[in-house]
Design a protein around this ligand. Structure first.
Ligand SMILES: Nc1nc2c(c(=O)[nH]1)N[C@H]1C(S)=C(S)[C@@H](COP(=O)(O)O)O[C@H]1N2
Ligand SMILES: [Mo]
Length: 258
């Protein structure tokens, strides 16, 4: 597996993000970002004080082994929450204009299939029922949007590493690209794709994924910002060529994660 060290861009991501939002929502953004965990909290301080995350780290008296192990471990976990912390209703967001749920693609499962392409042994299409037959797990995690809001939701689906195994993906490939049925695109690094909390999501809050939240299939990756969580996934491609993504083209940091 690709070894990922502490990503030097982490504080830049939040710094950039904070600059993009208005002063009012900037305050909200910072407050929400503080919930992410120690690393994000440090980055948040960086945004406020102009102190680099690195120098914060070296000066912190309680910077103990446990925190270090978490920071430098590519498998470090995003925080999980109890049922009581779930945000209802869960906010909606999209790249299209107007940014309203009724513009979300209306997908008929009978006509729907997931395409898999690139460096994989099996390029067969997946029907929704095929995906339901793979082992599922549920996790309650916080989704953080770069625009300054966050919400906690309960998501059920397939461990993405299990899916990659099932299609015989080349795990040494660099990128996984997601193409969506509303023409949204994003891509992630293989280490993040193999992270144990990265989920190919079929269910939400105990039921099916609602249309506006990505029916029938989304990626839930709690170690990355919201825009790296593609909804309405129609195609997954594995490969070594950098494919970027929609918001990435507009300057959002590609990695955007812990
Ligand atoms: N297909 C698709 N996926 C997408 C988007 C989108 O517009 N289309 N927006 C992204 C952004 S910026 C966010 S914050 C989340 C919003 O997901 P939600 O509507 O379930 O809250 O989806 C992400 N994935
Ligand atoms: Mo977002």
């Amino acid at each position: 597996m690709t070894k990922r060290i502490f990503h030097p861009d982490t504080h830049i991501i939040l710094d950039e993000a904070a600059k993009r939002v208005s002063p009012w929502s900037r305050r909200n953004f910072l407050r929400n970002a503080l919930g992410l965990g120690t690393l994000t909290m440090l980055s948040g301080c960086d945004v406020v004080d102009g102190v680099s995350a690195e120098s914060m780290l070296s000066n912190m008296s309680d910077f103990n082994d446990r925190v270090q192990a978490w920071l430098f471990n590519p498998q470090r976990l995003a925080r999980e929450y109890p049922e009581s912390a779930i945000t209802r209703p869960f906010p909606f967001n999209s790249f299209y204009v107007p940014n309203t749920p009724d513009k979300a693609p209306d997908i008929n499962l009978d006509e729907w299939a997931l395409n898999v392409s690139g460096s994989v042994e099996k390029t067969d299409d997946w029907k929704f029922a095929d995906l339901q037959r793979l082992p599922q797990f549920t996790q309650i995690t916080r989704h953080i949007c770069i625009e300054g809001w966050s919400a906690i939701g309960k998501f059920t689906g397939i461990r993405f590493s299990d899916f990659l195994k099932a299609v015989g993906a080349d795990m040494s490939a660099k990128y996984v690209t997601f193409r969506c049925d509303d023409r949204y695109v994003t891509s992630i690094d293989m280490a993040s794709a193999l992270h144990p909390q990265t989920q190919l999501t079929l269910g939400f809050d105990g039921g099916a994924l609602p249309r506006e939240h990505g029916f029938p299939l989304k990626l839930r990756i709690p170690t990355k910002l919201g825009f790296k969580n593609p909804k309405h996934i129609g195609e997954i491609e594995i490969g070594n060529d950098y494919t970027g993504g929609y918001w990435e083209t507009y300057g959002y940091n590609w990695f955007s994660g812990l």
